[in-house]
Design a protein around this ligand. Structure first.
Ligand SMILES: NC(=O)c1ccc[n+]([C@@H]2O[C@H](COP(=O)([O-])OP(=O)(O)OC[C@H]3O[C@@H](n4cnc5c(N)ncnc54)[C@H](OP(=O)(O)O)[C@@H]3O)[C@@H](O)[C@H]2O)c1
Length: 494
């Protein structure tokens, strides 16, 4: 439910039960359990709320509590005994056997009891933090046993959240999606991309819609180009088993396309999820995917020099740890404005940002003097969450000297309020409990992501001579060819 308070719109999560499958895993420990704890601690969770954790591993209460303590404290919380106990009171563990009807009967019975105990009206949010191979069997059984149900006939609901990777290819993603749709129609399916839950990313839309000065210039008349950067300082961090199979492009493309869409889509008529998603879809329909033949000229892939020495990596591994590409958007707003993307591991810095680079002035003395790109609108997503706008002004003093300046909004520096922010996962959980799908991915978006990515992957695999895997030194932001990709257009990475 949504409440409008003057200029402020607040999401109100509904009383519900939260059921986490795969609760003994890495995602659960690092992201979901801390997010749930944070929601309870900040009193952002609904008042009537309980959590059921499920996994195949047998866990007694002591082992469960010590895992939860580890997860919460490793995430940076230092809860008082009272606050931690209050969290534990809302929570229990059920050992799962995903194949067996008896498990779903047991779960259903327990949910009914917990609904009664916590004052919840059969409203259940199922989170699948299991490997993707388990999605279809679990959702199929949930549907067959009536735990995932069509909410049309009651004031209750059941929703399911899933995590990337959404398949490994266009075909496997379609099969995964078809399986999901058999159990949960689009209105009940919440596909997470946690980048959309980040505060700065949401502020792109807020700043554009509230300040006509920005959106009025958000087009090919004023904007020279757009850059999207997701660089990580870290390398593999022991996750060879996961990464070797996937590579960076499969891992990151969803995030990148979401950032591009939120930056460049037309403003929706309202912020209702249906309007927002329809407008986002229109944007994706105007993105021009690269053809396989274009990939060698418009994209670069790389691997950091130390990658093959990482534990668990095959000696001749061709998994890319870096990629960069350029694409175009074929609509009236953006025609002719290139979008440059780069993403990489072991890049020497942690930086996720969207940079909207405005054209240079084309009049007066500036036709003779190059002052670079004076105006860049930067949305920094990581490590800081801030928005800045660079401009050139006069340096104080008797001479006319031009100096670069920057204006900014730094959320985390804005005192007390910042500490109360929901994190990305917290925000997305609140939205799912509120029934707001704005920040979640549609079936169309998953399909588009694969249609966009497939020619890149196909060209890299089928034509390695034309698309070599470039090496780059550990701790540097990608191979020289990535700098060349943008330099040949007379530009540089911000
Ligand atoms: N880890 C991350 O940072 C991250 C980030 C983005 C997306 N994801 C995605 O989120 C999901 C969970 O990730 P994860 O890293 O937590 O995975 P994980 O540690 O490999 O698996 C999570 C849990 O799922 C259970 N499980 C394993 N194999 C299973 C199977 N065949 N059927 C049913 N349950 C099984 C295991 O618990 P039990 O044996 O106790 O049942 C395991 O602890 C995956 O789809 C992953 O791709 C993860």
């Amino acid at each position: 439910m949504t409440e409008t308070l003057g200029f402020c719109q607040e999401m109100r999560p509904e009383s519900c039960g939260f059921i986490l499958f795969g609760a003994t895993g890495d995602l659960a420990a690092r992201k979901i359990l801390p997010a749930l704890f944070g929601l309870c601690e900040k009193k952002l969770a609904p008042k009537n709320f309980y959590i059921v954790l499920a996994g195949r591993t047998p866990l007694d209460r002591g082992a469960l509590e010590s895992r939860l303590w580890d997860a919460v404290t490793k995430a940076g919380f230092s809860p008082s005994p009272e606050v931690f106990s209050a969290f534990l009171e809302r929570l229990e563990y059920i050992q799962a056997d995903y194949e067996s009807d008896a498990f779903y009967a047991l779960l259903g019975g327990r949910l009914a009891e917990l609904d009664a105990k916590f004052g919840v009206k059969k409203k259940h949010l199922f989170y699948l933090a299991t490997p993707p191979g388990a999605f279809e069997p679990i959702t199929g059984k949930l549907k067959a046993t009536g735990l995932l149900f069509d909410p049309k006939d009651c004031a209750c609901w059941s929703r399911v959240i899933i995590e990337k990777p959404y398949g490994f290819s266009l075909e496997s993603a379609a099969a995964l999606d078809a399986g999901l749709k058999q159990a949960a129609p689009e209105s009940q399916a919440y596909r997470i991309d946690h980048f959309t839950g980040k505060e700065t990313v949401q502020n792109v839309m807020a700043l554009r819609s509230a300040n006509a000065v920005f959106d009025g210039t958000w087009n090919n008349k004023f904007v020279d180009h757009v850059q999207i950067t997701v660089l990580e300082e870290l390398g593999l961090e022991g996750r060879a088993g996961f990464f070797e199979h996937l590579g960076l492009a499969r891992d990151m493309m969803s995030h990148i396309l979401q950032l591009a869409a939120i930056t460049a889509m037309d403003l929706p008529a309202t912020f209702r999820d249906t309007d927002f998603k329809a407008e986002k879809q229109r944007f994706f329909e105007s993105v021009r995917p690269l053809s396989r033949e274009e990939v060698s000229k418009q994209a670069v892939r790389g691997q950091y020099a130390g990658y093959r020495a990482e534990p668990g990596v095959a000696p001749g591994s061709a998994a890319e740890t870096f990629f960069a590409f350029r694409f175009q958007v074929d609509n009236d707003r953006w025609r002719g404005v290139p979008f440059y993307v780069r993403a990489g591991k072991k890049a020497g810095l942690k930086k996720a940002s969207i940079d909207v680079v405005y054209k240079k002035p084309d009049h007066g003395i500036f036709t003779h003097i190059d002052i670079g790109y004076p105006n860049v609108f930067s949305f920094s997503i990581q490590p800081e969450e801030k928005v800045s706008f660079s401009l050139v002004g006069k340096h104080p003093g008797p001479k006319l000297c031009f100096t670069p300046r920057s204006m900014g909004l730094d959320y985390r520096a804005e005192g007390q309020e910042a500490a109360a922010f929901p994190t990305d996962y917290q925000r997305l959980l609140i939205d799912a409990m509120s029934g707001d799908q704005t920040l979640f991915l549609s079936s169309f978006e998953i399909k588009f992501m694969w249609e966009f990515l497939s020619p890149l992957l196909a060209a890299w695999q089928a034509a390695p001579a034309a698309n070599p895997l470039r090496s780059y030194a550990d701790g540097t932001p990608g191979p020289a060819e990535a700098a060349e990709l943008i330099k040949k257009d007379g530009r540089a990475w911000v």
